[in-house]
Design a protein around this ligand. Structure first.
Ligand code: GUN
Ligand code: ZN
Length: 469
């Protein structure tokens, strides 16, 4: 099978890639607006004009409507929806998780997706919710895997997705992903995570997604099922998610909710429309509230901010500054910060994927002290071999006579050879006054260095008063 996914640029575990489908090649990370085939809030041709390169719809809803079903088979999905780019179809598994049962067999709904010329078809997986018993998670995963094996054996022309389940058991997620990577699929959605996102359980989300990613390896395109709020895009992309689907733009609009990258506002509690999209340019808040088209207009705004954030994520990846964006975005909600800390704790994994060429390291908040680059210093500092008298100083004017080695000192890195001071990451832009997290990490790194060189004699001369004042 030709390589359908090509990675162009990387930052953290995130990447900019190109995914090829029957209806064109799209650049990832990409947001697929969900199109309701019965009543699209924004017609699909308009979605295309707004900048959506790809959409997703639900094949089960089409299949259950006799009229839509016939039209989809006769005209094909693209003509039916009026969208010329790639269309992914979901299988009705989500309806299964909400209603407990659906009216179609796994093989039937998959063949239907092939028949209507879906660009990415999804087999009928079982979205196991978080926190179920291990027995349930295992037995449902087994059923999903049996269906996946069957799906992989079918003749097809489009791409095929391989949902990864396993509830909140990280070992099951990793095992499911390892199983999946050996099968001939094209896209790997991480499923069963909507309840985690709805409950702001970003820490658990990070555990689940990173486990799946570790099992899959870095070369496969990953879709995060149900991740449609722009607040989450940077974090999810940093973990290596490439595709996102948004029903949120429409669902939130129906509840008079206004999306921003920082969270969700309620229209009736707002005073302004803090955005430059065409909707917010052309309407005051009052005009929007009084408009008979309110829901449609709000859906447009919600989608504009979502598409814009995806572009911001891409720009940050390209620039090598995704961590900076994460630090900003994860300040939108305390639980997001928990998620970022959890991701920071995976520094060894991140570092193994992270590209070397980066923009300047900006120390922006205590979370910067747990960036992969800092952790890398901590792990490697014992490789520096020192003998005799060693001076560690942050004072470029310090008297260095009598020292066999002179090391510079900069929180959060701690000591480092001065010849590296103009190279990444030691050329970091740091605040004049280091915070506790930076000083702690620098102290830890200093201790590692001293322990690794028991025969050297260390003299530490720091303007530490200046550092912490
Ligand atoms: N939509 C949201 N979550 C899921 C999931 O786990 N599986 C499928 N097929 N669709 C979803
Ligand atoms: Zn707007």
């Amino acid at each position: 099978m030709p390589d359908r996914f090509e990675i162009l640029h990387k930052d953290l575990a995130g990447r900019i890639g190109r995914l090829s489908t029957l209806h064109g090649t799209i650049e990832t990370p990409a947001l697929m607006p969900v199109v309701n085939p019965h009543l699209p809030l924004i017609p699909p041709d308009e979605l295309e004009k707004m900048g959506a390169d790809m959409v997703i719809t639900n094949s089960y809803i089409i299949h259950q409507d006799p009229d839509l079903r016939i039209q989809a088979i006769e005209r094909g999905l693209h003509d039916l929806l009026g969208f010329s780019g790639p269309i992914m179809t979901d299988s009705g598994a989500f309806q299964l998780s909400v209603y407990g049962d659906i009216d179609v067999s796994p093989l039937e709904i998959l063949n239907f997706q092939f028949a209507i010329k879906s660009d990415i078809a999804v087999p009928l997986d079982i979205p196991t919710p978080p926190d179920v018993t291990r027995e349930r998670a295992e037995s449902e995963l087994q059923i999903t895997e049996e269906r996946l094996v069957q799906a992989a054996s079918l003749e097809r022309s489009g791409l095929l997705a391989c949902p990864i389940q396993g509830s909140t058991y990280t070992d099951l997620r990793e095992k499911a992903a390892r199983f999946a990577r050996d099968l001939p699929f094209d896209v790997y959605p991480v499923g069963g995570v909507v309840p985690l996102m709805e409950a702001y359980r970003y820490r658990d989300l990070v555990d689940v997604v990173t486990s799946a990613k570790k099992g899959l390896g870095s070369g496969r395109p990953v879709h995060l099922f149900g991740a449609g709020h722009p607040m989450i895009f940077a974090l999810a992309a940093a973990m290596g998610c490439d595709l996102f689907d948004s029903a949120a733009y429409a669902l939130f609009a129906r509840q008079d909710r206004y999306l921003t990258v920082h969270g969700t506002g309620k229209l009736e509690e707002m005073s302004y429309l803090p955005c430059c999209c065409p909707v917010c340019q052309e309407h005051t808040l009052k005009e929007l509230m009084d408009s008979p088209e309110k829901t449609k207009l709000l859906a447009r705004h919600n989608l504009y901010v979502s598409l814009q954030e995806m572009k911001q994520v891409k720009e940050s990846i390209r620039e090598g500054s995704l961590w900076d964006l994460l630090e900003t975005r994860c300040r939108s909600h305390p639980r997001m910060l928990d998620g970022l800390k959890r991701l920071g704790a995976q520094s060894q994994w991140l570092e193994s994927l992270d590209s070397a060429g980066k923009s300047t390291f900006f120390y922006l908040s205590p979370e910067s002290a747990s960036r992969p680059e800092v952790m890398r210093c901590a792990r490697r500092i014992d490789r520096i071999s020192l003998q005799g008298n060693v001076l560690i100083t942050d004072d470029s004017q310090a008297d260095t006579s009598g020292f066999a080695h002179v090391l510079h000192f900069k929180p959060p890195f701690g000591p480092y050879p001065p010849e590296l001071s103009e190279t990444y990451p030691f050329n970091a832009e740091v605040p004049e006054k280091a915070d506790d997290a930076a000083i702690n990490q620098a102290a830890i790194n200093t201790e590692f260095m001293m322990r690794a060189n028991p025969d050297a004699r260390f003299c530490i001369r720091l303007k530490i008063g200046d550092l912490i004042k």
